[in-house]
Design a protein around this ligand. Structure first.
Ligand code: C5J
Length: 229
């Protein structure tokens, strides 16, 4: 289905069969008390507001049968994929691999590393573990998307200025058309979210486009969508 939606800095046209939703790191470790986000001193309640819009976006992507990728930032239990510099971030006792109320912090397989229940993946949706902030770094995401002939990525998740923006920049450099859904992303620092939206769509969309959830989910197929305006 070809769609043309209201977006910033300009209308955004795409083909749903050549698009993928990239839902970034909607894990307990970032969204709930006791996880990695809180261990770094953040107010995790700042992220709660994006869960419901992200779920609406996910339901829409499922309804149009778009490819869906759920990323999770999580490390191997032996920490072999965690660079020493990353291991040393945060206060002693509250670092990656340390014990927390939801299990070892940011370790794959622990309760904290799993997705919040509202955004649990369904069978057939890709779960992509990534050791970095960007989802292309040290993963097979590029090959996976290429096999599906994907040229457009729709982004949501947390946090806007870290893993979402990093992945969006990686994708932009790889030639994907990238759209960030405004309500379906959040930061511990609302002004960082706003700055990221501004940066993405500045200079004629130097990193991509942003759009409201309603612009996307309310879009109707149109024969006018012949590429980007
Ligand atoms: C961070 C992320 N903030 N998912 N990770 O460390 O944005």
């Amino acid at each position: 289905m070809e769609l043309l939606i209201d977006a910033q800095p300009a209308p955004f046209g795409f083909e749903t069969t050549r698009s993928a939703l990239i839902m970034i790191d909607m894990q307990r470790d970032f969204l709930l008390p006791g996880g990695f986000g809180e261990a770094l001193g953040n107010d995790v309640s700042q992220l709660a507001g994006c869960i419901a819009p992200a779920r609406q976006l996910l339901d829409w992507a499922r309804s149009v049968r778009m490819s869906i990728v759920h990323t999770k930032e999580a490390h191997a239990p032996d920490l072999s994929d965690c660079p020493p510099a990353k291991l040393q971030r945060g206060a002693p006792g509250k670092r990656i691999g340390d014990a927390g109320p939801m299990g070892r912090i940011l370790i794959d397989g622990e309760v904290g590393s799993d997705f919040v229940p509202e955004l649990a993946p369904l069978a057939g949706e890709r779960v992509l573990r990534k050791p970095g902030k960007g989802a292309f770094y040290a993963t097979d995401l590029g090959d996976w998307l290429a096999r599906r002939n994907v040229d457009t990525l729709i982004f949501a998740g947390v946090t806007t200025e870290v893993c979402v923006q990093t992945t969006m920049r990686e994708a932009n450099d790889r030639g994907y058309n990238c759209l960030l859904v405004e309500e379906a992303t959040a930061s511990y620092f609302p002004h960082f979210k706003q700055a990221t939206l501004d940066m993405v769509r500045a200079q004629g969309g130097i990193v991509g486009w942003t759009a409201s959830l309603a612009a996307l989910t309310g879009a109707r197929e149109t024969l006018l969508a012949k590429g980007r305006a």
